[in-house]
Design a binder for this molecule. Structure first.
Ligand code: ITT
Length: 201
């Protein structure tokens, strides 16, 4: 199957876009990523799964541009909170999405629980590629860890300051972005999908 290797990037989050571009540069430099064009309205994430929401975003960009598109949906699942915030991670503290408020709420909900065992969490990313003829491919990536008692570090975005991956003493905010991408939910999901796309050419 011969593919053109050009995709519109559906994400509106510049931090995600930067990480996805870095992952493709390593795993599939032959794929060209085009930024989401201005004028595509907000896409409501009405599904209750990461795959469902990633598909909604990819489909909206395919329909708006007539080009193949890639999209992802990501969330953080906290064991002691029965998997919350999960698919609601972007709007955990309400609308509009506010990363500071989301982290404050997560720390408050975990309250007095102490240590990695009581604060277990995982990030999940589902990555989707979709073509105008309706074909699609997807891949999932997860990373296990725990929620620190307070913010640590200045890098990253979203929940990174409070997420400590298993096997590390640092939060994602304290790791170099190349190291985060090597082990993260996003790094694993997109490395899988990018590798598959590369092998199709
Ligand atoms: P798009 O839907 O436009 O791609 P978004 O930021 O709204 O961008 P999501 O719906 O997937 O993305 O929401 C996931 C939320 O989880 C997002 O608001 C981030 O704050 C957070 N998040 C996503 N990836 C993260 C990461 O690698 N590290 C920390 N937090 C992350």
């Amino acid at each position: 199957m011969a593919e053109t290797g050009t995709f519109v990037l559906a994400t509106t989050n510049p931090n995600k876009a930067r990480e996805i571009r870095e992952i493709f540069a390593v795993c599939d430099p032959g794929t060209e990523l085009v930024d989401r064009p201005p004028g595509v309205g907000e896409i409501e994430e009405t599904e209750d799964t990461f795959l469902g929401n990633a598909r909604l975003k990819a489909r909206a960009l395919v329909e708006a541009t007539g080009l193949p598109a890639i999209a992802e949906d990501t969330g953080i699942e906290v064991e002691a909170l029965a998997g919350a915030p999960g698919v609601r991670s972007a709007r955990y503290a309400g609308e509009p999405s506010n990363e500071e408020a989301n982290v404050d709420k997560l720390l408050a909900e975990l309250g007095p629980r102490v240590g990695p065992e009581q604060r277990r969490a995982r990030f999940v990313t589902v990555a989707v590629a979709m073509w105008p003829d309706g074909r699609e491919a997807s891949a999932e990536g997860t990373v296990e860890g725990w929620i620190a008692g307070e913010r640590r570090g200045r890098g990253g975005f979203g929940y990174d300051p409070v997420f400590v991956p298993n096997g590390y003493a640092q939060s994602f905010s304290e790791l170099a972005e190349t190291e985060k991408n090597r082990i993260s939910h996003r790094g694993l999901a997109w490395a899988r999908l990018a590798g598959w796309l590369r092998d199709q050419r």
